[in-house]
Design a protein around this ligand. Structure first.
Ligand SMILES: CC(C)(COP(=O)(O)OP(=O)(O)OC[C@H]1O[C@@H](n2cnc3c(N)ncnc32)[C@H](O)[C@@H]1OP(=O)(O)O)[C@@H](O)C(=O)NCCC(=O)NCCS
Length: 122
């Protein structure tokens, strides 16, 4: 998380937006988006830059609930899609994102596979 906050400070142009994830009073994770950055490849779009659930709390549906809440927030902001990317390899989070409805866009960004979910019209 400190690495993410440092990156956020180093990249103000990415318009970082971040929140801690709590279950009750307990901090269990962290999520950071690039929220409609004014420049760069994701200009004006919402991109999940980091999503981390503490390993003692993984596999309990908290990651999915976090995505659900983030998706609701970006839709309230008028978004029709949400993007992310992942580093392919052992333990990759692709099955997690696929179950939620993300699909590859076909782009590779800095070695990472870019995914997106398109929201149905409201
Ligand atoms: C990936 C991550 C965010 C998922 O959060 P989580 O709270 O463990 O996931 P959930 O419990 O909500 O899982 C939802 C579904 O995805 C599946 N899933 C979650 N992570 C998975 C993984 N790495 N591989 C395969 N399936 C996975 C779960 O089994 C569950 O499936 P089900 O609905 O069939 O039971 C979390 O494991 C994590 O922080 N991992 C390390 C960092 C990381 O990879 N972050 C994402 C890229 S930056």
């Amino acid at each position: 998380m400190s690495k993410s906050l440092k990156q956020a400070a180093q990249h103000p142009e990415a318009n970082p937006w971040y929140r801690a994830v709590y279950v009750g009073d307990e901090p269990v994770g962290f999520v950071m988006l690039s929220w409609k950055p004014p420049a760069g490849p994701y200009t004006g779009r919402h991109f999940i830059w980091r999503l981390l659930i503490d390993k003692h709390h993984q596999g309990r549906g908290i990651g999915r609930e976090t995505l659900t809440q983030v998706a609701a927030l970006v839709r309230e902001d008028g978004a029709t899609e949400l993007l992310t990317s992942y580093d392919p390899g052992d333990g990759e989070p692709w099955p997690f994102y696929q179950k939620f409805g993300f699909e590859p866009t076909g782009e590779i960004d800095d070695g990472e596979i870019v995914l997106r979910i398109v929201f149905p019209a409201q």
